[in-house]
Design a protein around this ligand. Structure first.
Ligand code: TYD
Length: 204
């Protein structure tokens, strides 16, 4: 059995986390081993870097470098070995998040992003990416309802998330075969149904 690399993306508050378990379950029901993981993070070093990028103030290029540093560890230690043994990897965010947040949100040069991507994962791209798309105003309201202490990204203004969303949609257009855009504004059950339909199309 060949492993597959599936990623889930979206702006903060789009609700992707609530659907990750359902996606993993759908994969498992086909009899495959599933590795559920996340970025930044997924390894002991990656989780330490996650703590830094989510909570410590830093320059935008530094932020992008730390995202890719965590990603490199994650690929070498977790993602590539899992795919090599035929497991399916379901990853909460990957390089599309760097494109959206660091390029779209913070203004990192897209050429610099492309260089880092080529250095860190020259061959590897997700087999399918599920993008939960939602208006930043609606996402912010959902986020506030959670009532936990917001991290450095979650504290950004709505305009920042507007740019992140636009960059995600731009990336979805340029990688149209890999991306599945899911309308996250509908009720939870409808979002789940759209995700399951997209999964069936992506992995027939
Ligand atoms: P997120 O995945 O939303 O986790 P939680 O549900 O626990 O808040 O948080 C990760 C944050 O990191 C999110 O705001 C997006 C940001 N991020 C980037 O800016 N660039 C990246 O490359 C990645 C992977 C994440």
């Amino acid at each position: 059995m060949t492993g597959r690399f599936l990623t889930v993306e979206g702006i903060d508050g789009a609700g992707k986390s609530s659907h990750l378990a359902a996606l993993s379950e759908a994969v498992r029901s086909r009899g495959a081993e599933v590795v559920m993981t996340r970025e930044p993070g997924g390894t002991p070093l990656g989780e330490k870097l996650r703590g830094l990028v989510l909570h410590d103030a830093m320059d935008g290029v530094t932020e992008a470098l730390l995202m890719f540093a965590a990603r490199r560890e994650h690929l070498v230690q977790v993602i590539e070995p899992a795919l090599a043994r035929g497991a399916w990897v379901v990853c909460d965010r990957f390089s599309d998040a760097t494109y959206a947040y660091q390029c779209g949100g913070r203004g990192l040069d897209r050429a610099v992003f492309a260089q880092l991507e080529a250095l860190v994962h020259p061959e590897r791209q997700p087999d399918a990416t599920f993008l939960f798309d939602l208006d930043p105003g609606v996402a912010a309201a959902r986020q506030r309802a959670q009532r936990r202490e917001p991290d450095r990204f979650e504290r950004e203004a709505e305009a920042f998330f507007g740019r992140v969303r636009d960059a995600y949609l731009e990336r979805a257009r340029t990688h149209a075969k890999r991306f599945h855009v899911i309308d996250a504004s509908t009720p939870l059950e409808a979002v789940r149904a759209s995700l399951m339909a997209a999964f069936a199309r992506a992995c027939p």
